[in-house]
Design a protein around this ligand. Structure first.
Ligand SMILES: CC(C)(COP(=O)(O)OP(=O)(O)OC[C@H]1O[C@@H](n2cnc3c(N)ncnc32)[C@H](O)[C@@H]1OP(=O)(O)O)[C@@H](O)C(=O)NCCC(=O)NCCS
Length: 177
């Protein structure tokens, strides 16, 4: 069965780049990317659990030239206030050879628009304190530090970052113009 294209990149350098839902058959490739990107990796079971938790958890892959080059996993967290919720990014990675080519942005945009259509006004995540690359990426879209989780990664604290969904989408749209 052909996978459904959810989002296609629109930039002039982005032809052949698109997003689709992650499937179980993607997990071997995802493991390879995960091992290149992180010292503490998600297990195959963690990815499988994410797939099982649809629709509360959504998992997408980015495809370029027919290959998986990145993925993002996000969960919907209600905030118990009418019309308010958080889309929480629990994993995002782009293959080292495919970075700085807007793939992370395309994946994040998918999560933001999913959140926006599901009444999430906030996007949140944890990031390693030492992960300055990812923190720069998030800051670009208006994420700010809102706290710290002590020893979240066992060997390091996590910085909690948050942004307003609408604002982050606005920054992305401005970047396209
Ligand atoms: C963070 C990550 C997903 C970004 O993906 P990406 O596809 O390279 O990001 P984009 O190309 O969409 O970057 C958009 C902008 O973010 C900023 N940015 C991205 N990576 C950056 C870096 N390493 N240093 C500084 N700024 C960066 C830049 O402003 C960039 O625009 P530019 O390339 O025109 O300067 C990628 O670096 C990655 O997979 N890192 C390893 C896994 C990881 O740390 N995940 C986050 C866990 S919390």
């Amino acid at each position: 069965m052909e996978a459904e294209v959810i989002r296609e990149a629109t930039g002039s350098q982005d032809s052949g780049t698109w997003i689709r839902d992650m499937t179980e058959s993607d997990l071997d490739t995802i493991r390879e990317i995960e091992e290149k990107c992180f010292t503490h990796v998600w297990t195959q079971q963690m990815f499988r659990t994410s797939l099982e938790q649809r629709p509360l958890t959504q998992s997408w892959v980015a495809i370029r030239d027919q290959h998986i080059v990145g993925y993002l996993i996000a969960s919907y967290i209600p905030r118990y206030t009418k019309g308010e919720g958080e889309i929480h990014i629990s994993n995002i990675a782009v293959s080292p050879g495919a970075r700085r080519q807007n793939i992370g942005t395309l994946l994040l945009r998918q999560a933001l628009e999913y959140g926006d259509t599901h009444l999430c006004n906030v996007v949140g995540l944890e990031v390693r304190e030492s992960n300055t690359d990812a923190r720069s990426f998030y800051r670009l879209f208006g994420f700010i530090n809102i706290g710290r989780r002590l020893n979240y990664y066992e060997d390091e604290d996590a910085i909690l970052m948050e942004a307003a969904v609408q604002n982050a989408l606005h920054v992305m749209q401005e970047g396209e113009n």
